[in-house]
Design a protein around this ligand. Structure first.
Ligand SMILES: [Mg+2]
Length: 125
């Protein structure tokens, strides 16, 4: 199984890739929402967890989340929001639309690793 990071920041995608690698997961990358949907159309069966940025050009993370959760093929995949948006209103909206974790940037690699493991239904490190 693989992880998918959707983030317009290359640096952030690299950090997330590093954390995924320490957990033994290959991390697929998408730099915006449309690309994420393309990756899902091809590879949804292989994706164990999706990590979604909020602020991206084009569709924002919440819009991508809504599309994923409206799809019978994709809605079972756990989605974590990984974002600088730390307002309570944003968190509530994301959870209401089916996000199972909310990680605010900046995060420590260990924190992200633990949230990924929780999303996978595994214990903490
Ligand atoms: Mg962003």
């Amino acid at each position: 199984m693989k992880l998918l990071t959707v983030d317009d920041s290359k640096t952030m995608r690299q950090i997330i890739q590093g954390v995924g690698a320490t957990l033994g997961y290959e991390v697929l990358e998408a730099e915006h929402g449309l690309k994420a949907l393309e990756v899902l159309r091809k590879s949804a069966d292989e994706i164990a967890v999706i990590m979604l940025d909020w602020n991206m050009p084009g569709m924002n993370g919440l819009e991508v989340l809504k599309i994923i959760k409206a799809s019978d093929d994709w809605k079972h995949i756990p989605v974590m929001m990984v974002t600088t948006e730390s307002e309570k209103g944003h968190i509530i909206q994301a959870v209401r639309h089916g996000a199972i974790q909310y990680v605010t940037k900046p995060f420590s690699p260990e924190e992200l690793a633990n949230k990924i493991l929780e999303s996978l239904g595994m214990g903490e490190l």
